[in-house]
Design a protein around this ligand. Sequence first.
Ligand SMILES: [Zn+2]
Length: 286
Amino acid sequence: MNRNPNSKAELLAAVDKRLHFEERNGVRIVVSDLLMKEAGISHGFSTRIGGVSRPPFDTLNLGTTRDEPMENILANYRRLAEAFGLDYGKLALVRHEHGDRILRLDGSHAGRGLTRELLDFSDGLVTDDPEVTLMTCHADCSAFFIYDKRRNCIGLAHAGWKGMFKRVGQRLLEKMESEFGSDPKEVLCAIGPCICENCFEVEKELAVSFAAEFNCPDIYTLRDEKPDKGYVSLRAAAMIQLLDGGVPLENISVMDLCTFEEKELFFSYRRDGKGTGSMAAFLTLK
Ligand SMILES: [Zn+2]
């Protein structure tokens, strides 16, 4: 494969995209087949299906910063936890800041951000403790799931375009290396659903900056009718930073679903603005 420069087209054609939906007690999530076969972890990315929230947050809104009663949001977290065998009291929700800071959690953080006080600001969480379940919130933003079977540790990050540009996925890998001695060559990674290149319009200068940062000339496309705009592939940016961090291509999987287009499945901030809910990703050691 041509890796220098990176080619978006080649990377996206080559990457593992196997995923499936799981539905239990009416709650539907997306899982990566690559991670699903691992017995040591449980993971998922929620859809909007299976909760108690009313429009426009219908129905599984897991965003705590929305203008919705907290009791509904916590009821949704409880439904998700019960459906997928998670301990509700062990959930810990990131308090994101669209940066690249990563926090290490353990069982003492269980409940933080939901049933207890908020966590410190960060965009990624790592742990080697099965007594805490890592959670991040998403509405067009992607997720990085990382599992190191040998060191028995995990990392989960939230990445909007800012975090993606700051390589929060690579920072997550580095944190797992420094805290637990993880070797990037051995970890498995999944990249969550996000807004796709066709739907993600930005100023052209930003698109050009992405191409430079990720050494990937075709990471964006242009349209004749909007000469000052660009359309950026956040998935390619996610993949390239994992590859740059040392993860083999065959250890990466992409959940190839567009949150903007799949209106029945996902909330989308770009599509619906503030009057919409959020999905959540979860990752825990078993
Ligand atoms: Zn799309």
